[in-house]
Write a protein of this length. Structure first.
Length: 486
């Protein structure tokens, strides 16, 4: 039998190669021999986190910390997971203690703490932590966080710092994030052409080739199936209650709607939860397609639904009736929702396609999974695809839903919020109209915007970049304008 050290080394090798399922098998074998093998529980947690199985990873970490309450790596993972679960105070306390301790994980804990403070808008604490210094500041990554701290008082200097990090031969992820931080500051400074040119450079340098046709294939299949005019299957699981979900592309106003509804006493936002993607992957792994989803065994569908609901309930605020899922993949997975999550209430959020496109193009997205965001042409193609099936697919599939137009929501937040709440069987509450007061941390690109009162500031943003649009956008823009109330 392998020693704990040998097991840890095997786990590290497998995780480094992306063999997460092999790690799970290895750890399960070790746990079957001894349930007190902490390296196995930690290995399981790390593999499940890599697979975005957050709920299972949460349970693995609980077991690891019961076995070894002061284990540094386990506490680092717990702090990072608490951040993901929205337990910000717990995450900050745990990460701060670990950052101050002298362990092999203190530096990583320091970076995790800095990120948590920044995104939760505890900016005074963030700047104090940066100013305090420490061993972690010798790491090349520290320059990035110093630049973020500088941006608050000296944005022009921060732009120079961030562009310098982007020019350096450092890790691709850091270069990309620093570059897009600089782009956002350039945009705020009114240096629009510079912002656009830097974004082009970053996309060209750090975005690999993307299989756009692979993404569109599934959407086109849905479009063909929708021509039948009725669902081509019956739900494969029983209807449930308590899940509301956004079906929309990024930068369409989803975070604003989420923060508004999360301020309601009966709704708990769960962020960009990966549950729908796991279900879709499971359907494919089981050998089914959207055309054949009606043949999915009911027991399998029930198990998929249960895993999703367990995760949603873990993420949502205690005592709330509804979980609000702001994932940005559901729009292309609608038959999966209708078949396996019947009873879900969906909100299709639409925004001026030009505002969406420029906001997306100038922002950091994952270069592999979201590679379609790397050019204005591919952005237009995906927006066209999304609007070719929405919102009519929701009606055809029998999914309870509401259409929310971002510009209308901003113009009349009370009216549109009331309509959304009514769809959930809820009454209006005053806090819904002040999302900037919502204490929930937002770990999305809109984290700064939603900490401002509802405003029209981002409407028509595309006009600052009018040079980036041609007549190929006209039909999309006209179709969106036709959706707006007058």
């Amino acid at each position: 039998m392998a020693t704990s050290q040998q097991l840890a080394q095997q786990i590290e090798r497998l995780l480094a190669s992306g063999a997460n399922n092999q790690v799970l098998g290895l750890c399960d074998t070790a746990i079957a021999t001894s349930k007190r093998e902490i390296e196995a529980w930690l290995g399981r947690a790390r593999a499940n986190l890599a697979l975005a199985r957050v709920c299972i990873a949460d349970e693995d970490l609980d077991m690891a910390l019961r076995l070894a309450p002061v284990h540094a790596q386990a506490n680092l993972l717990r702090g990072q997971l608490d951040q993901r679960l929205g337990n910000i105070d717990k995450a900050v306390d745990r990460l701060r203690k670990l950052a101050l301790a002298k362990t092999a994980y203190s530096i990583e804990a320091s970076f995790a703490l800095a990120e948590t403070l920044f995104y939760s808008h505890r900016l005074d604490e963030f700047q104090q932590f940066i100013a305090h210094g420490g061993a972690w500041t010798a790491d090349p990554r520290a320059a990035f966080f110093r630049a973020r701290a500088r941006a608050r008082l000296d944005p022009a200097g921060a732009i120079d710092d961030l562009l310098e990090i982007n020019r350096q031969d450092s890790g691709t992820v850091l270069k990309r994030i620093a570059g897009f931080d600089a782009v956002q500051l350039l945009d705020k400074a009114g240096r629009y052409r510079e912002a656009f040119d830097v974004a082009i450079k970053i996309h060209n340098e750090s975005t690999p080739a993307f299989d756009l046709e692979g993404l569109l294939r599934g959407v086109r299949q849905q479009a063909d199936l929708l021509k039948k005019g009725a669902p081509w299957f019956t739900p494969r699981a029983d209807a449930h209650k308590g899940v509301a979900m956004v079906v929309a592309l990024p930068r369409s106003g989803t975070t604003l709607l989420e923060q508004m509804l999360d301020a309601h006493s009966h709704i708990g936002a769960i962020g960009e939860y990966d549950g729908v993607q796991h279900i879709a992957d499971g359907v494919i792994s089981a050998g089914f397609t959207m055309q054949s989803i009606g043949m999915l065994p009911r027991e399998l569908a029930k198990a998929m639904q249960l895993e999703y609901l367990n995760g949603a309930n873990k993420f949502k605020r205690a005592g709330t009736e509804w979980a609000f899922d702001k994932n940005l993949r559901a729009w292309s997975r609608l038959p999966v929702i209708a078949a396996i999550l019947p009873g879900t209430v969906c909100f299709h959020v639409a925004r001026d396609p030009r505002d969406m496109a420029i906001s997306t193009f100038l922002s950091f997205f994952h270069p592999i999974s979201d590679g379609w965001t790397s050019s204005m042409q591919s952005l237009r193609t995906v927006i066209e695809a999304e609007r070719s099936i929405l919102p009519q697919a929701l009606s055809v599939l029998g999914i309870a839903h509401e259409q929310v137009v971002y510009e209308d929501l901003v113009a009349d937040p009370a009216g549109h919020a009331s309509r959304c709440l009514e769809r959930l069987g809820l009454q209006m509450e005053p806090g819904v109209l002040s999302p900037e007061r919502n204490a929930r941390a937002v770990f999305t690109l809109s984290h700064a915007q939603v900490k401002q009162p509802i405003n029209r500031g981002s409407i028509g943003r595309w006009k600052n970049y009018e040079f980036a649009f041609d007549d190929s956008w006209s039909a999309l823009a006209a179709a969106h304008d036709a959706r707006r109330t007058r």
